[in-house]
Ligand binder design. Sequence first.
Ligand code: SF4
Ligand code: SF4
Length: 278
Amino acid sequence: MNKALVNKIIPFSSVDGPGNRLSLFLQGCNFNCLYCHNPETINRCVNCKDCVKSCPTGALYLEGNKVLWNSSLCIKCDECIKICTHNASPKTTLMTVNEIIEKIKSVLPFISGITVSGGECSLQSDFLVELFAEVKKLGITCFMDTNASTPIYNNQELLKVLDKAMIDLKAYDNAEHLSLTGMSNETVLRNIKILASLNKLYEIRTVIVPDLLNNRHTVDMTSKLISSIDNNIIYKLIKYRPLGVRENLINSTVPSMDLMNSLSSLAKKNGCKNVIIL
Ligand code: SF4
Ligand code: SF4
């Protein structure tokens, strides 16, 4: 049975797809976005032990050379995350599909589905296939919130059990995408086009970062792309907020509502019907 490294589970979320959903955050990402708001989800812990002494409650301890976490002693102060220089967290748990299904069953009457996010969830796609197959037996929907950097469109097993994807398109220009994330956006764009043609694309998201990105170009091109495929696909424009970011990598202001409204108007002018500012 597959296991996934889980960063956290939020039993009820109203911002990760339609309705009330359980959100599952997996550890590990292949992007290194300059504005990442959860950099502690990027890498897996390398057991350097630096954080163990910072824990005020003894929730972190050593077993041989491994750093382990006792969730019952954790007071969620995040001192360990502040200390870590590896963009990792000691507060992760290796979980089986059955263990996650039990968590889902405990809130099943109150949710319409689950959304798996990250980190980057498609990096653990074998686990997703097994999990989604079991979740569908419960009669609820399976979404993934993804950077779309892996060819989801080629993974027939995953496509069979995936209801919809929510995809980040962080920059339309490939050079800008490369300098922002460390990777090309070619696969991202291909995923968007193919998943939309299969009616498996729920929304596209772009973070608006005034002092770093050519936001107008990305919104212009992305909204034209959405309109050319299916203008009902949601286009979510997300305000950059400097919360949890690595301040040595980014220094940007928060976009004004004037800027957000003008980008929203541009997307609507290009034909998008469902533009949301967040
Ligand atoms: S968040 Fe939890 S594990 Fe981390 S330092 Fe605080 S108490 Fe310890
Ligand atoms: S979470 Fe970070 S600081 Fe703590 S042991 Fe792992 S890599 Fe080291």
